[in-house]
Design a protein around this ligand. Structure first.
Ligand SMILES: *[C@@H]1O[C@H](CO)[C@@H](O)[C@H](O)[C@H]1NC(C)=O
Ligand SMILES: *[C@@H]1O[C@H](CO)[C@@H](O)[C@H](O)[C@H]1NC(C)=O
Length: 372
């Protein structure tokens, strides 16, 4: 009875959260499960008081005109106090440019290689021999993503696990498997239900067939699950039911600070990022698998967009990235993130917003101050 009253209070106090429930479950036709026997409670355990160095990395995409040459990258990355870089290919010029810099590199094998990597193990060996062996002694390569956001594309996903296994075998053959992890990156579209976070699940079409064997491989090889987490997109897709401040990591001392409490787990959330990350953990659990370390392979906020995308502006981009860094410093459950992205990319096609995720303009000057 007491529980029921608390439930009702929560619901009436935060009516907009109900809207939120409906709208975050984008792409999912499922209705909200019945609220039988909810565990209501508040979990303050999300933060610890000791501040550690957050692990901040950055994505280097190169679809921009007049971007600085690869040789100029390390000093630009250093000037941002960033120590980890993720790329979208295996370009040897980039790999070489980070030699002896102390900056770690996460590389990516392009999607179109996946089918042949799956069927031909010599192909995997040849890639490692040509793109990794000559460079790994001087450049710290920490991981290789086999493809980018392909898990929902059947022409790639049916070959994905075999391709990853072959790449790992090749890495192992050259005794680099302790240093270099083999994985792949996912968009959060792999979740068919995201909300409440404790009830999140993967799309049925790939849950058992692709993700289960993939996650088992990652667990066996001590490799991270990489997911791209975009609170901006979740906010935009469910506008106006998620308050902007909730997506922008509300400041700790704000008098209007809102909390969403997951009715099943009792965990209290003060920002969209934590909800999105926990939904990944829940989906992994729903496959009957143990928790796996997650790396956020992309995260960011655009500084400009088409008319109607008013939340995509310079100030929000600065606030999001700055508060993200502060949040990661306080977060008890440490997670590495790669901010998207180093540069604005004016040659990207699609919506205007695609071109404006950079911390730097194409010419290398800073778009806004960020304290990392
Ligand atoms: C397998 O890959 C190797 C190395 O790239 C290549 O020489 C060979 O032709 C490939 N085999 C097939 C059947 O495609
Ligand atoms: C770099 O580009 C931005 C945006 O186009 C411009 O405002 C800025 O003045 C440029 N900086 C330099 C040093 O050229």
């Amino acid at each position: 009875m007491k529980m029921k009253m608390m439930m009702m209070m929560t619901l009436s106090q935060y009516t907009f959260w109900i809207l939120l429930m409906f709208s975050i479950s984008i792409a999912s036709c499922s209705t909200i499960p019945s609220l039988g026997g909810p565990q209501i409670g508040i979990n303050y355990g999300q933060y610890s008081s000791n501040l550690g160095d957050p692990e901040i990395g950055i994505n280097y995409g190169h679809y921009g005109s007049n971007l600085p040459p690869p040789e100029a990258l390390p000093s630009l990355v250093n000037s941002l106090s960033i120590k980890h870089v993720k790329t979208f290919d295996l370009d040897p010029r980039i790999t070489k440019s980070f030699a002896n810099t102390g900056i770690t590199l996460s590389l990516c094998i392009p999607n179109d290689k996946i089918p042949s990597l799956a069927s031909n193990s010599s192909e995997a060996e040849s890639i490692i021999r040509n793109f990794i062996l000559p460079y790994h002694k001087n450049t710290i390569i920490t991981s290789i993503s086999v493809g980018n956001e392909v898990s929902l594309l059947p022409q790639f996903s049916t070959h994905l696990v075999s391709a990853i296994v072959n790449v790992h075998r090749a890495i192992k053959k050259y005794r680099l498997h302790k240093k270099i992890k083999v994985t792949t990156t996912h968009s959060l579209a792999i979740l068919s239900r995201r909300f409440p976070p404790s009830t999140a699940i993967f799309h049925k079409s790939i849950g058992d067939s692709v993700l289960k064997p993939l996650l088992r491989f990652l667990q066996r090889t001590n490799s991270p699950l990489m997911v791209n987490v975009y609170p901006y997109l979740a906010y935009k897709q469910s506008f106006p039911s998620i308050p902007l401040e909730f997506a922008l990591f509300q400041p700790m001392n704000s008098p209007t600070r809102r909390r969403y409490i997951d009715p099943y787990s009792g965990v209290a959330y003060t920002n969209l990022f934590d909800i999105m990350l926990d939904s990944v953990d829940s989906a992994v659990k729903s496959l009957g698998l143990p928790k796996i370390p997650v790396v956020v392979s992309e995260i960011g906020w655009p500084s400009s967009g088409d008319p109607g995308e008013s939340a995509a502006n310079l100030e929000n981009a600065r606030v999001f990235n700055q508060r993200l860094i502060e949040h990661l410093r306080r977060r008890w459950n440490k997670v590495r993130v790669y901010i998207f992205a180093l540069f604005d990319e004016d040659q990207k096609t699609g919506a205007t917003v695609e071109k404006h995720w950079g911390l730097l303009f194409g010419n290398g000057s800073r778009k806004y101050d960020l304290n990392i």
